[in-house]
Write a protein that binds this ligand. Structure first.
Ligand SMILES: [Zn+2]
Ligand SMILES: [Zn+2]
Length: 126
């Protein structure tokens, strides 16, 4: 004869989300994991792995200016601000047009969809 132990089994709550107690400091520079969207601790440094999923928290960008690559917002080699990977080709085109390094990310953000279309047209025509 066997007693059922089923009633003793606790449901697995591994996925339970734990909230940190205390004051959460909101800063404009907060970094969120690119994979699981977890907010990284305040002592987070560029290149650190995500506290939640263990992957590289920030995507690696290629620099439009010097072709170096790395995590974070700025290129460690030349200090240029990274642009979204999908717009890297546009940034390189603007560089060829002779725009200054600091001006290119600013210009990209200001471009309208149709202006970007025109630039893509130039890229595709070669
Ligand atoms: Zn993560
Ligand atoms: Zn660079």
């Amino acid at each position: 004869m066997a007693y059922s132990l089923e009633f003793l089994v606790t449901p697995v709550t591994a996925a339970k989300i734990k909230f940190r107690k205390g004051i959460i400091v909101e800063s404009g520079d907060a970094v969120y994991c690119a994979h699981c969207k977890t907010k990284q601790p305040v002592d987070y440094k560029n290149g650190d792995l995500c506290i939640s999923c263990g992957k590289q928290a920030e995507p690696i960008f290629a620099c439009f200016w010097c072709s170096a690559s790395g995590p974070g917002k700025y290129c460690r080699q030349c200090g240029a601000e990274f642009v979204p990977t999908g717009e890297l080709a546009l940034a390189i085109l603007l560089r060829r047009d002779g725009l200054p390094k600091d001006e290119i990310p600013v210009r990209l953000k200001k471009l309208s969809a149709s202006e970007k279309e025109q630039l893509w047209g130039r890229i595709h025509r070669g």
